[in-house]
Design a binder for this molecule. Sequence first.
Ligand code: GDP
Length: 295
Amino acid sequence: MFDNLSDKLDKAMHVLKGHGQITEVNVAETLKEIRRALVDADVNYKIAKDFTNTVKEKALGQDVLTALKPGQLMTKLVKDELTELMGGEAEGINLSGNPSVILMSGLQGSGKTTFSGKLANFLKNKKTKKPLLVACDVYRPAAIDQLHVVGDQIGVEVFSNKEEKDPVKISEAAIAHAKANGFNAVIIDTAGRLAVDQAMMNEIAAIHEAIKPQETLFVVDSMTGQDAVNTAKAFNDVLNFDGVILTKLDGDTRGGAALSIKTVVDKPIKFIGTGEKMEAIDVFYPSRMADRILG
Ligand code: GDP
């Protein structure tokens, strides 16, 4: 995960090796290397520049008598800033309400259906939750079948109705079904398109308005870099979602989405997907991710 970024940041810190203290002169080269590493990881230039400016201010503001060597001090400052950039504290999902309704949004192929299954499995394992999965893709029957396969794998019931073409009605019927049958969490998997379009936005906005979910999550493929950030902005403008799910972090992703999304939409990353299996889900902890990036 983010190997290239880790290597480049490591090299940037080496520039300070052998120096007794951080000065305006010796820190400049390191900051330039850090900025380059972030931009190469697909972080937009302004975010990268703000990042290094903050690190610079903090580095030069440090008491020169600090016990840390310049390289160590810089590593600590960069780690702290990376943690902030990715959201600071970890934030869980809102499971209030009976049932707690969780609406999934995102483009086709982002990993929505897979993540819906992972989340259902995660909640089921918590023991206090009995989840119901809901198939709301009225355009692709294969998507409904896929959710049934996922549901069978994890032993979670899937609500679907191939005859009904209105996703609002399916969602409402699913919530009524949950209430009548003792399901206390409802995860609604919606249709996605290959690119943001108005019809899709109107449809998900209508579902959101009708069912008023406790939690609206935006799922995005971390391999898509800057596009991931642009798509997040488009969805957030319409849904004002509560959190981001970053999928496919097991792949050869550069890290830009993880590092930029919080700044652009001001919403936390809540979970990450790290594989195709139902168990490949992790709560997102910004500080742990920063630790990982800096080795
Ligand atoms: P949807 O169209 O948004 O519902 O996307 P899917 O859930 O069908 O996922 C699209 C593809 O990405 C499938 O082949 C999934 O197995 C795969 N996928 C989903 N999440 C992950 C992940 O975290 N890691 C990897 N490697 N593959 C994933």
